[in-house]
Design a protein around this ligand. Structure first.
Ligand SMILES: NS(=O)(=O)c1ccc(C(=O)N2CCc3cc(O)c(O)cc3[C@@H]2c2ccccc2)cc1
Ligand SMILES: [Zn+2]
Length: 258
């Protein structure tokens, strides 16, 4: 099979051939149906402590654009549904070619134009890859933020301004050291959906505690357009790099809000 992607001949419907877990019972993303979620008063806010990065890269890996600091940067996530500390690994985006599609998770069937994923790994593992392979839903914790078109997002501007420099697959640039990742996050990480799921791209490992925030972040139309100029390994627009929702099976989606 051609390397996996989001085109007709290598997209999500094909992934099961190399990754049979694609048809598993804990796959992501899902449609977050408000009538079926369950409020859990035990779900506290999350605490993300993101420290300045010495040398971080922003890259186009052929299926997304990704911010990746050098290993061991000391940024960490605790609280919420998490029993231990998680280390920050990378953040990346999924988006569509127009404002009616692009997010991976949906809310009552509604898609947002894009979704931002902050990927963290369980610090009881020696490395990110070990955490992915650790078995069970506590290997990774991914924070999902919906993006909607509105005001310019000043915190994401240093990143969206770099997009033209990583237009082609396999390119990367160094991120200025004054980039403040903490500023991207809302002041309080309170209202979220959480459930046990998987990576949304191959290898589709079922190792993720998903934490999807109810409140979307805003980006300007110009910032959204920047994503739509990115191209993939086939030289086509990368937009549409989202997996459709997967069956919930017998999983519960909990919320930290009523
Ligand atoms: N959308 S998401 O569920 O938040 C997510 C998270 C992590 C990863 C990730 O880090 N992956 C999976 C895809 C991938 C592709 C590459 O070309 C690559 O060099 C690394 C990755 C990693 C990965 C690959 C193998 C095992 C574990 C992670 C991908 C998606
Ligand atoms: Zn993702």
């Amino acid at each position: 099979m051609a390397p996996w992607g989001y085109e007709k001949d290598n997209g999500p419907a094909h992934w099961h051939k190399d990754c049979p877990i694609a048809n598993g019972k804990n796959q992501s993303p899902i449609d977050l149906i408000n009538g079926e979620v369950k409020y859990d008063s035990g779900l506290k806010p999350l605490t993300a402590k993101y420290v300045p990065f010495s040398d971080a890269k922003f890259l186009n890996n052929g299926h997304s654009v990704q911010f990746q600091p050098s290993a061991g940067n000391g940024s960490e996530l605790t609280g919420g549904p998490l029993a231990v500390k998680y280390n920050f690994e990378q953040f990346h985006f999924h988006w569509g070619n127009n404002d009616t599609e692009g997010s991976e998770h949906r809310v009552d069937g509604k898609m947002y134009p894009a979704e931002l994923h902050f990927v963290h790994w369980n610090s009881t593992n020696p490395s990110f890859k070990d955490a992915v392979g650790s078995g069970g839903p506590n290997g990774l914790a991914v924070l999902g933020f919906f993006l909607k078109v509105g005001a310019e997002n000043a915190a994401l501007k240093p990143i969206t301004d770099l997009i033209p420099k990583v237009k082609d697959a396999g390119t990367s640039v160094t991120v200025p050291s004054n980039f403040d990742m903490q500023a991207i996050l809302p002041a309080t990480l309170t209202d979220y959906y959480t459930y046990d799921g998987s990576l949304t791209t191959p290898p589709l490992a079922e190792c993720v505690k998903w934490i999807v925030f109810k409140q979307p972040l805003e980006v300007s139309a110009a910032q959204m357009e920047a994503f739509r100029s990115v191209i993939n390994r086939d030289g086509k627009p990368m937009g549409g790099n989202y997996r459709p929702p997967c069956p919930l099976h017998d999983r519960a989606v909990k919320t930290s809000f009523k």
